[in-house]
Every structure is written in C-alpha cells, then in structure tokens.
Design a protein around this ligand. Structure first.
Ligand code: PPE
Length: 310
C-alpha cells in the first residue's frame, strides 16, 4: 500500500506551478504542529475515450465541506481548484493518476488558534496503481479488527477529511501490518463496525448489501455512495445500518470501497474465512460495474466523469 511517488514534474502550489522539489513548507507551519489541514484523494482514469476524473465535483464539494467544518477559508473558488487539478494533470502529461489536493494552515506564528495563519493550498498528481495490490482486487485481502476505535463524532467532526484525523488511521494500519495483516477494520466507539483506515466497508448477506451509515462515525465516501447507486442499478437491495461484529464475521461477502482501494474484496478477518475465502459473486458484479463506469463504458454514468483533455 502507498503510492510510489514520482519525484518529478510540477505541483500546483498557491496558484502557481512549481517544481516538485520546490514545493516545501516551513517547519513552523500550523498544519504541521496541529494537523490542521483538509485534503482529497481523487482518481483520474485513462479510458478508450480519453482521460477522465471520477466525480471531481463531489470531491471538491467534500473538500470545501471539510474546510467549513474547521472554519478554514480556502482562498480559491471551487471552480479554480477544479481547473487547477485538471491543469496539473495536463502540465505533467499524465493520462491516469491519483490527485491529491490539500489545504492547510501555513506559517504566521505558533499557537493553537490559527487566526492570521495563511491557508496554503497545493495539488499534486502521480501514478498510483491498485492501493492494496493488483492481486487484492481479485483474491481479496486479509484484515484484522483494530484495537483502535475510529475517532468519535463527539471529539472531532468525523465527516471531514482532515489531515489530523489520519493519526487514528495510521495507528490502525501500523498495528495491522505489525501483526501480519493487509489492512485494519475499525469499530466505532459503540462497538459497531465503522470502516477501514482509508476505506468504507460493505457486507453482503443473502444477496443484500449492508453498509454502516452516518451514525457509525464513517467518512462519507464518494466511492461508497457511487457503489450504493450502482448496486441498486444492478438490482441489489442496499441497507445502511449499524453492523455488529457478529454480522461482519458471518457475512457471505465483504468488500472495501475507496478512491485508492476502489472495490477490494476482503477474504479473511483475524483468520476467520469470509464466505468462500475469495471474491464473492455480488462483489464481482459490483466491481465489474464500477470498473466499467470509471473506464467510460457506461453512457448513463458519463456524468460522473470529467474530461481532462477536451
Ligand atoms: N474512509 C476513510 C477514512 C478514507 O480515508 C477514505 C478515502 C474513505 C473512507 C473512502 O472515501 P472515498 O475515497 O471518497 O470513496 N481514503 C483516501 C486516502 C487513502 C490514503 O491512503 O491516503 C483515498 O482513498 O483516496
């Protein structure tokens, strides 16, 4: 897991394109000390019809919502950041890539109150293949229930995609890796299933899809909402509800969704085999549909795709 960054090309930084090695921050930046930043992860797919960014509008909406939740004012309009994202891809001459916009409090003075700190913005793009490995998309991954609970809505606005929130994800990932698993699954503070450190989760039981809803401390994933719509389109029933550990372990199929993870089957949790221990039929259907959509093979969903090179 983790994107193999190409340390070259240009990064959009506060309205200008700068060389990769020049895109730096000061060590006394507010965002570094207090984790005060918001960001997005977006994918651009190379298809037979050209390069398309998947649901750019929804990602931009979430970026600005995350900023609002922290009373952070991004000094560019959504339209400007959208254009900048496309231009960053063009200037780097990429056809398929991962797009990482970030806005954070920069340097002015130190102290918890960010008043007077500038809001710095950057957009980087790089090639990033399958998040959990190409093999994982087919065979599924091995997960563990994390000893770390997902951050609680009484502590932080959990629906914000904020940099500081990822310390929680980092602990879960480190623990899972140390114990030999591919990825963690986190419970919420009440003990219901929440999500992965960077993915939402779906369970399939008797061909019905279940996924934790807003009450389970999840980040409202854009892949998640896309998958709900696509599953219903195929004809599956989708239920959003709190999911118990028992329901998770006795599911017929489980899969993760996320921009980076796409649709990744889960074949094992803490050495308990899920279903037949491989990608299930329903997961396969959803995955196929998802990849058809992002690869511009479904006319109906072209509205989710934003062309990069007109
Ligand atoms: N939950 C979390 C905590 C999360 O970070 C992500 C995305 C999701 C759910 C799925 O959301 P969406 O991408 O809108 O479907 N995680 C991003 C960052 C991963 C990383 O390792 O960094 C991503 O997938 O881009």
């Amino acid at each position: 897991m983790g994107g193999g960054l190409q340390e070259e090309g240009k990064i959009w930084y506060n309205g200008e394109f700068v060389d990769w090695k020049e895109a730096k921050v000061h060590v006394l930046s507010h965002g570094l000390h207090y984790g005060s930043g918001v960001f997005e992860g977006i994918r651009c797919y190379a298809t037979e019809k050209g390069s398309f960014i998947f649901r750019l509008k929804e990602h931009m909406d979430r970026l600005y919502r995350s900023a609002d939740l922290y009373k952070m004012e991004i000094p560019y309009s959504k339209e400007e950041v959208k254009e900048a994202a496309k231009e960053t891809i063009r200037i780097n001459g990429l056809d398929a890539c991962y797009i990482r916009p970030i806005a954070f409090y920069g340097f002015h003075h130190l102290g918890v109150n960010p008043a007077d700190c500038p809001v710095d913005c950057a957009i980087a793009v790089w090639r990033w293949g399958a998040y959990l490995g190409e093999e994982a998309l087919e065979s599924g991954i091995r997960c563990t229930l994390s000893p770390w609970r997902r951050i609680d809505p009484n502590t932080l606005p959990v629906t914000a995609k904020a940099t500081g929130h990822y310390l929680n994800s980092m602990l879960a990932v480190q623990d899972a890796k140390e114990r030999g698993f591919d990825e963690a699954i986190m419970l919420d503070n009440s003990g219901y299933v929440a999500e992965g450190p960077g993915e939402n989760i779906f369970a399939v039981k008797n061909a019905i899809l279940y996924t934790p809803g807003a009450e389970s401390s999840i980040l409202p994933g854009i892949t998640r909402s896309s998958v709900i719509e696509l599953a219903q389109d195929i004809g599956y029933e989708v239920v959003e509800k709190p999911i118990t550990k028992e329901e998770l372990l006795s599911a017929d199929e489980l899969f993760f969704t996320g921009t980076a993870a796409e649709v990744s089957p889960i074949r094992e949790i803490d050495n308990v085999t899920i279903g037949e221990g491989k990608r299930g039929e329903v997961t396969g259907d959803i995955q196929r549909k998802f990849f058809d959509v992002v690869n511009a093979k479904e006319e109906k969903y072209m509205r989710w795709l934003e062309p990069v090179y007109e």
